[in-house]
Ligand binder design. Structure first.
Ligand SMILES: NC(=O)c1ccc[n+]([C@@H]2O[C@H](COP(=O)([O-])OP(=O)(O)OC[C@H]3O[C@@H](n4cnc5c(N)ncnc54)[C@H](O)[C@@H]3O)[C@@H](O)[C@H]2O)c1
Length: 446
């Protein structure tokens, strides 16, 4: 799928216009293909902190080639810089020393950059805290500069979670994170520092049961397909009106289905009963179902407000509470909320929607502190993701909206699904309490 603009410039004449007029030139993004190597090239590892050696060992374990010296002429698909050793602002020049010589001609297309730091609040001195906080500005700016379909992330790793970053490296260095850039995540910052070993990285969810709401189409369908690809048995939920589509998707992936409106009074109990009767419990819950009822607040009817909040926020709250209270979420379980850029940046005509999606962030932040048994909760915040919903937008806002990001193109449902799959990975136990934007580093609310 591509936008009208992408189709127009995808020929020699279009490329001449792009060059001469200085227009955005979106680079096609590589996506992960089942069976393909995680990284199709070499990763250079730099920096002298507490993590560099661990990273090299983990990359080896993941079957990814890496080097620690960058003196030759080799080109790299990925760069990992261990910035945990930077303890003062003067030390930050190490970023310049490592990156500057590599950025001109030493990177392949769609390069992946990961900077590793220590959560500023977990540092040992004021100077170190300042230096670690400064990494955010560096990574967010490099994300806007890197070009060639590249992405740049900052991962703050709590000192006790050094051994728990493998699934995060695997995600951020691979094409699975094609549309995630300029993000800051924390690993191990909420206390959980373990990581369940993964024996088969192609099917990390083997034997797990995943509940996905709104699974009949769009992003939810893709989440169901990717979790199934990773080995999970998916229980898809959607409204009775979407029964045919839901059944078709679930049949295709050997999943199970449950038709109900998640805002129904007894929906949490019915979901719980279904999971007990058919699956004995659940390992992954993805609250994807969502609606928009856009209107300026001054023109909004109460029903437009209430229905949006009921589907997007109250239903995920109630379902989560019921499944947790009944002990149905198995140890090392995963809860994933679907927020939105609108919930972070706000959006004209979406006070109801943005309220509900910011509330999803609140749910993540409050529960991340309370969950035990290595259960985690995180959220994805999609930006402009090309679906039937966005295809129905008028041409101009659609084309412009799709390009207002560092990658100058819209994302695909699979980009959101891959991010959910990273959270769902059994090795992601220390990834808790995060909200990651899947937005190509959208200019809005950055
Ligand atoms: N598409 C985007 O660009 C975008 C951007 C940001 C956030 N999101 C969020 O991603 C999620 C999926 O979006 P999408 O674009 O795939 O939307 P979509 O409208 O294509 O799919 C939503 C699904 O949820 C189901 N659903 C709605 N209300 C329900 C209810 N009460 N009970 C059960 N199921 C219900 C619908 O039937 C549908 O299958 C939503 O939460 C949305 O807010 C999407």
């Amino acid at each position: 799928m591509s936008t009208r603009y992408q189709s127009l410039i995808a020929n020699p004449v279009g490329q001449i216009l792009v060059k001469n007029l200085g227009l955005p030139n979106p680079v096609p993004l590589e996506r992960h293909e089942p069976g393909a190597p995680l990284v199709s090239g070499t990763v250079a590892v730099g920096g002298e902190g507490r993590l560099a050696r661990t990273v090299v060992t983990m990359l080896d374990d993941l079957g990814v080639a890496s080097v620690t010296g960058t003196g030759g002429a080799e080109r790299y698909k990925g760069l990992v810089f261990d910035a945990t050793g930077l303890t003062s602002s003067a030390d930050l020049v190490a970023l310049h020393h490592f990156f500057t010589p590599l950025l001109r001609s030493r990177l392949e297309t769609n390069p992946r950059v990961v900077v590793l730091g220590t959560p500023p609040e977990m540092t040992n001195s004021t100077e170190e805290r300042v230096a670690q906080r400064a990494l955010e500005g560096f990574t967010r700016s490099l994300g806007k500069e890197i070009g060639a379909g590249g992405t740049v992330q900052l991962v703050y790793v709590a000192p006790a979670a050094d051994a728990a970053i493998e699934s995060t490296l695997a995600f951020y260095l691979s094409p699975k994170s094609a549309y995630v850039s300029g993000q800051v995540v924390r690993v191990g910052a909420t206390g959980a520092t373990a990581a369940e070993p993964v024996t088969d990285w192609e099917r990390p969810l083997d034997g797990k049961v995943a509940l996905v709401t709104g699974a009949s189409r769009g992003i939810g369908e893709e989440i169901a397909r990717v979790l199934h690809r990773d080995g999970a048995t998916v229980v898809g939920v959607d409204v009775p009106q979407a029964a045919n589509e839901l059944q078709a998707v679930m049949k295709d992936i050997g999943g199970d289905h449950l038709m109900l409106d998640i805002t129904a009074k007894d929906a949490p109990q019915r979901i719980a009963k279904h999971l007990v009767d058919k699956h004995g419990g659940v390992d992954v819950i993805v609250h994807n179902a969502g609606i928009t009822r856009d209107k300026m607040l001054r023109n909004m009817k109460e029903d437009g407000w209430s229905s949006t909040v009921a589907v997007n926020l109250t239903a995920p709250e109630r379902i989560t509470r019921e499944l947790l209270d009944r002990g149905l979420v198995r140890p090392n379980g995963r809860i994933v909320g679907v927020s939105s850029i609108a919930g972070i940046a706000g959006n004209r005509g979406q006070t109801n929607y943005a309220t509900s999606k910011a509330g999803v962030v609140g749910l993540v932040q409050s529960l991340a502190e309370q969950l035990d048994d290595n259960i985690t909760i995180n959220a994805v915040a999609p930006g402009f993701i090309q679906t039937k919903m966005t295809d129905a937008m008028p041409l101009l806002p659609r084309e412009v909206g799709a390009m207002l990001n560092s990658l100058s193109q819209p994302g695909l449902p699979v980009d959101v699904a891959e991010t959910v799959a990273w959270y769902a990975n059994p090795a992601s136990t220390a990834v808790n309490g995060n909200v990651v934007r899947v937005c190509g580093q959208m200019a809005m609310g950055a």
